[in-house]
Ligand binder design. Structure first.
Ligand SMILES: Cc1ncc(COP(=O)(O)OP(=O)(O)O)c(N)n1
Ligand SMILES: Cc1nc(C(=O)O)sc1CCOP(=O)(O)O
Ligand SMILES: [Mg+2]
Length: 220
């Protein structure tokens, strides 16, 4: 598997009993670099419950398990890392707490936020939303130029997120995204989550193999 761009899977917003089997099916569908548990507004006990259920499934397949929003809990539960937004607490404190683990930071569509995250020691920066999404209300719109600029001047991996599907992802891959983060493209795939993962993998591979589309000019 070409590792120049990989799939970053995020859980559906709500998990039903038996979700473990859906996750196993998804991970059978192909390459997934990491899984983020994202249960907005769920009680702490529920997040702990699902971390204990899902983390072993992911880790047994070499899929890194990241927790959304809560770095202290990620450290306490032995997660591989955490993803934090701009309002999700103290990034520098999280960096210390998650020493040796993965820390990703949402940077919306901002070069400044991304450079600040990079200087702070983030393992990746996340840009979005690239496309309209029904998974979450978004207030920022990221574009290819940002992704292309970041990947040409920075070593820190970039994650692209927001409305990404197998049908629309090629320009993001060709602009240099290191990871494509998706919810709906996998969990809402009409043929099931394994087909969703397989379709994303195939689309990424096709985009990497295709002649590179013209990249937008970089501002300074
Ligand atoms: C990979 C990735 N990128 C961005 C986000 C969004 O994080 P945030 O802005 O904190 O919003 P919530 O996801 O917490 O609603 C993410 N979770 N993962
Ligand atoms: C969780 C999240 N964060 C976003 C951002 O722009 O920061 S967009 C988003 C939702 C991603 O879900 P889907 O792949 O279904 O669009
Ligand atoms: Mg958050």
């Amino acid at each position: 598997m070409d590792d120049r761009c990989r799939l970053y899977l995020i859980t559906p917003p709500r998990l039903d009993a038996g979700f473990e089997a859906r996750l196993e099916a998804a991970l059978e569908g192909g390459d997934v670099a990491c899984l983020q548990l994202r249960l907005k507004d769920a009680p702490r006990e529920e997040i702990i419950h699902w971390t204990r259920r899902l983390m072993p499934i992911a880790q047994a397949r070499d899929v890194a398990f990241l927790l959304n929003d809560d770095a202290p809990l990620a450290a306490e539960l032995g997660c591989d890392g955490a993803h934090l937004g701009q309002s999700d607490g103290d990034h520098a404190g999280a960096r210390t707490l998650l020493s040796g683990r993965i820390l990703g930071i949402t940077c919306h569509a901002s070069r400044h936020l991304a450079m600040t995250a990079g200087e702070m020691g983030a393992d990746y920066v996340a840009f979005g939303a690239f496309f309209p999404t029904s998974t979450k209300e978004t207030q920022h719109v990221a574009d290819l130029e940002l992704l292309s600029w970041w990947s040409s001047v920075m070593e820190i991996p970039a994650v692209a997120i927001g409305g990404i599907t197998a049908e629309n992802c090629a320009p993001l891959v060709q602009a240099g995204a290191d990871f494509l983060a998706v919810v709906g493209a996998v969990w809402n795939h009409p043929e099931g989550p394994a087909a969703g993962v397989a379709a994303m993998n195939a689309a990424i591979a096709a985009a990497l193999a295709a002649p590179r589309a013209e990249t937008p000019a970089h501002g300074t």
